[in-house]
Design a protein around this ligand. Sequence first.
Ligand code: CNA
Length: 247
Amino acid sequence: METALDLLGAAEKIVVFTGAGISTNCGVQDFRGPEGLYKTAEEKYHLPYPEALFDMDYFRRDPHPFFDLTKNMFLLDLLPSLCHKLVFRLEQQGRISLVVTQNIDMLHQKAGSIKLMECHGSYEQAHCLGCRKEYLLKDIEESIMNDVVPRCSCGAVVKPDVVFFGENLPDDFYRILENPPPCDLILILGTSLNVQPASLFALEMAAKVPSLLVNLQRTDYDSQMDLVLHSDLDLFADYMMKKLPQV
Ligand code: CNA
C-alpha cells in the first residue's frame, strides 16, 4: 500500500481505467467474480455460453436475460462507492487527465466525474432496434423494472446504448487509443482486463507509463504492471483518502 501511496501521491496526470470491481461494493454484480453475473446467468437462464448475455444475436432472439440481469445497474438509489469518490476527489484536485470506464452503471457520473469516457456506453439513452428512434432511460425504466421488455411504438425492442460483444465502441475510444491523453500514471481499478478492445487501452498505456493495478483477484496481466495490489477497492480508497493530503 505504501508504494502505491507514493505512486499516486506523485502523479499529476492520472488516467484511470475502471471495471465492474469498482461497483461491487455498491451492490452491482461484476462479470467474472465469484458472485458475478455470468454465474447467475448460467444458473438462471442456462445460456449457451456466458457472454450470450451481451450478444446481439442472442438478444434479438431473447432479450429477457439481459434486461432481467442488468436492471439493478441503473437503480436510482444506487450510490457511488468510496473508490468512485476517490477518483472524483483526484479530479477536483486537477490531477486526472481522463477516467475511462467499462462500466455501464453511471456511478462515476453520480460521484461527480466529468473527465469521463464510458467506453461501453450506458443506460442513459436507448434506441429502437427497428426504426432507431431514441429513448431516454426514464422512458423505458418502468417497463424494465416490471419485467416487461421495452418496445417502441413501431413494435421493435428498445435496447439501451450499451456496447454488446461485436459492436463498435464509441469513436472517441478509438481516438484515445491512437492518441492517448497526457499521463504520468495509469491507475487500473477493478477489472480482469479480459474484455477487448477496451483493455487494450489500459495495457498499451501500462507499457508506456508507470502503472498501478488494484484488483481483488489476480489478473492475466499482473506481470505487465509496475505495481499490483490484490485488495478491495474501498479499502484501497479509504487508505488513500486518509494518507493523501487534501484528498
Ligand atoms: P470482470 O471481468 O467481472 O472483472 C471484475 C474484476 O473486479 C474481477 O477480477 C474481480 O476480482 C474484481 N473485483 C470485484 N469486486 C472488487 C472489489 N470490491 N475490489 C477490487 N476488485 C474487485 O469485469 P470487467 O469490468 O473487467 O469486464 C468488463 C465488462 C464488465 C464491461 O463490458 C462492463 O460493461 C461489464 N460490467 C459492468 C458492470 C457495471 O457497470 N457495474 C457490471 C458487470 C459487468
